[in-house]
Ligand binder design. Structure first.
Ligand code: CAA
Length: 396
């Protein structure tokens, strides 16, 4: 009998190195991050100290080679890190995610050797903060329609950038930005070009900080460019290649957000298990009631299904490295399912906790707010469905 050709990658298993990393990150996150999460959520302050500590542990450049200040590990290692950090605090995991899979990866995949040395090394080691900037006030899901412009100067040495970028994660503190802007607007998506931006130059203006529902300690802001001059050697990839770079990098980023969603869901689930065992009503723990048991069973099943889709996406990304076959669909399926699961699980967690779940005295209130963004950023659930369906229908 001829074995059927596998259509999806095999689920990877954890190596002893993965398990060691998982233990290390879990211990660090529970000891150093979990205790400060509520305080930073309340103040909205950027947790620079713990971010630097994560950098020293190698968590800001997990997949980057050691020569660029990274830990030289794989995507599964990145995912395990994201889950553990998100379980302690989603805001910290957002910062880890942007530095690793959007900022570093963009430069690693598309940068020159000089760009990698200069822009990855300080961020992968946690000394500096990176950001990824695609979205604009009038360009979100329809990412190829941006209004910002980069115009080559007469001498041909610099591009002059003008425009307003919005929802820049780590925008208020970023040292460097991977920026996507239009060099050739008449070409639409094919007119987008990526640049590496230094935040300490004239014309880089940090705009208003967003007052957010959740992930409040991961600072988010607008960035306005006013005649900002970027040297031509800071172009990332080729002129007009920016949209493809943005999309390629988002494939990697979406696996990270799926892992973040899983971490938030796991935290809410574990709190719910404890509460279901301890909270007494009608003469016994509430976990004895079938209506609570149904919630527990559905929460657990969706969590484990999310994990399998995320691991599957890791395997697909490894396949991409070996064969060049895109893993766009696998990444979108993982993000779609895990983020919808995070919302379902945190909502049920609040319900299980009753009135206490609505109080800031319990962490589930924060998990519920933090989970909400995972259905929106790095592509809404609607965009993920569009990506999956277009691929299945052969529309692209
Ligand atoms: N990898 C490589 N190339 C890709 C690609 C991918 N994943 N997706 C699309 N492309 C290529 C296509 O092949 C096509 O190339 P050709 O013309 O050469 O064939 C080109 O890009 C245009 O593709 P589409 O026609 O599919 O583009 P579209 O305009 O229809 O848009 C979309 C598709 C999926 C809706 C896309 O715009 C999208 O993903 N939108 C959501 C944007 C997003 O996720 N924004 C979040 C920003 S980051 C953030 O959230 C903030 C943060 O800091 C965390």
């Amino acid at each position: 009998m001829i074995a059927a050709e596998p259509t999806t990658p095999l689920i990877p298993t954890l190596t002893p190195e993965h398990e060691e990393l998982q233990r290390m990150v879990r211990t660090f996150a529970q000891k150093e991050i979990a205790p400060i999460a509520a305080e930073f959520d309340e103040s909205g302050e950027f947790p620079l100290d713990t971010v630097r500590k994560m950098g020293r542990l190698g968590l800001m450049g997990i997949e980057m080679p050691e020569e660029y200040g990274g830990a030289g590990m794989d995507t599964l290692a990145y995912v395990l890190t994201m889950i553990e950090v998100a379980k302690a605090d989603a805001s910290h995991s957002t910062i880890v995610s942007v530095n690793n899979s959007l900022y570093n990866y963009a430069i690693y995949a598309f940068g020159t050797e000089a760009q990698k040395q200069r822009y990855i090394t300080p961020v992968a080691s946690g000394e500096k903060i990176g950001a990824y900037s695609l979205t604009e006030p009038m360009s979100g899901s329809d990412a190829g329609t941006m209004e910002s412009r980069a115009v080559l100067n007469a001498a041909g040495t610099h591009y002059v950038i003008n425009g307003r970028k919005s929802w820049v994660t780590s925008g208020p503190v970023a040292d460097y930005v991977v920026l996507f802007t239009m060099t050739d607007p008449e070409l639409k998506q094919k007119g987008v070009t990526a640049f590496l931006i230094d935040a300490d130059k004239p014309g880089f203006i940090r705009g208003k900080k967003e007052p957010k529902l959740g992930i409040r300690a991961s600072a988010t802001s607008e960035i306005v460019y006013e005649n900002y001059e970027v040297p031509v050697e800071n172009m990332l990839g080729k002129r007009g290649e920016g949209f493809k770079i943005a999309m390629t990098v988002l494939d990697a980023g979406r696996i990270g957000i799926a892992a973040q969603a899983l971490g938030i869901a796991e935290a809410a689930y574990e709190a719910s298990l404890t509460y279901s065992r301890e909270r007494q009503a009608f003469g016994g723990p509430i976990g004895q009631f079938q209506m609570i048991q149904q919630k527990i069973a559905d929460m657990k099943t969706r969590i484990e299904a999310s994990r399998l889709l995320i691991y599957n996406a890791c395997a697909a990304k490894a396949r991409f490295k070996a064969t060049g076959a895109r893993y766009t669909t696998e990444a979108s399926m993982a993000k779609l399912f895990a983020s919808e699961t995070a919302m379902f699980v945190t909502d049920e967690a609040v319900q299980i906790h009753g009135g206490m779940g609505y109080s800031k005295e319990m962490a589930v209130e924060r998990y519920y707010r933090d989970a909400r963004i995972t259905r929106i950023y790095e592509g809404t659930s609607e965009v993920q469905r569009m990506v999956i369906a277009r691929s299945e229908l052969g529309l692209r």
